[in-house]
Design a protein around this ligand. Structure first.
Ligand SMILES: C[S@@+](CC[C@H](N)C(=O)[O-])C[C@H]1O[C@@H](n2cnc3c(N)ncnc32)[C@H](O)[C@@H]1O
Length: 204
């Protein structure tokens, strides 16, 4: 068997595991690894999940924050599946979402984004689109997070990656870049995680 075939088979254990454990997508194990490494999700937390369809991150987060917490997801695609009672996914484009719709400043302890653009096949186009989604998620996070809150965002790693990481570093006391085991080998994606959100001064 070709090497890439063996790798894919090895990685597809995440797909099998997701089916067994009742999650909608194998990407749930990316969030699980990030959560374990960064200490992202705590009981009682309010979580905003951007790019939430088909719902595996939303379901996982809802379980982790327990009944005392809640998870609000948004996606371009309408969601019609089942979720735990403390979770909801609404249809919407992150570029059109307002802070008021999200509940205003200091409405969430965690903002996470697994958003990805529809891929064009052109690496640089896809990277630029992924970066725009990442920066939009970060912008919203900076407007709705509570002080000390956490952010995690997916981005395709490329030329402007240092700029993206620096944008997170400016507003969070600690920054980590995680490439989870469940990420496919051929993928350029990484997750930039910021903890200890520091709101900007009024005049900034
Ligand atoms: C990899 S999937 C998310 C998977 C999800 N985290 C899960 O585990 O079930 C990426 C999602 O980003 C969404 N997306 C892309 N651009 C978006 C935008 N502008 N606004 C909202 N969602 C967007 C896509 O519709 C897609 O469903």
């Amino acid at each position: 068997m070709a090497r890439s075939g063996r790798r894919r088979r090895h990685q597809d254990r995440f797909g099998r595991q997701a089916r067994r454990e009742g999650y909608a997508a194998r990407s749930v194990y990316k969030l699980q690894e990030i959560d374990e490494k960064v200490g992202l999700l705590r009981r009682g937390a309010r979580v905003l999940d951007l790019g939430a369809f088909p719902g595996s991150w939303t379901s996982y987060a809802a379980e982790r924050v327990q009944r005392e917490g809640r998870v609000l997801g948004y996606d371009l695609t309408a969601f019609r599946g089942e979720l735990p009672p403390n979770a909801e996914i609404r249809q919407g484009d992150v570029f059109e979402l307002s802070v008021e719709e999200l509940g205003g400043p200091a409405s969430f302890e965690v903002v996470m984004s697994d958003m990805a653009p529809a891929t064009s096949g052109h690496r640089f186009t896809d990277m630029a689109r992924s970066e725009a989604l990442f920066l939009r998620a970060l912008e919203l996070a900076c407007r709705v997070l509570t002080p000390g809150g956490a952010f995690v965002g997916k981005v395709f790693q490329g030329g402007d990656f240092p700029k993206v990481r620096e944008a997170v570093r400016r507003r969070f006391t600690s920054v980590r870049v995680v490439r989870p085991e469940a990420t496919r080998r051929e993928s350029y994606e990484v997750f930039v995680c910021g903890t200890g959100f520091a709101p900007a001064d009024e005049e900034e």
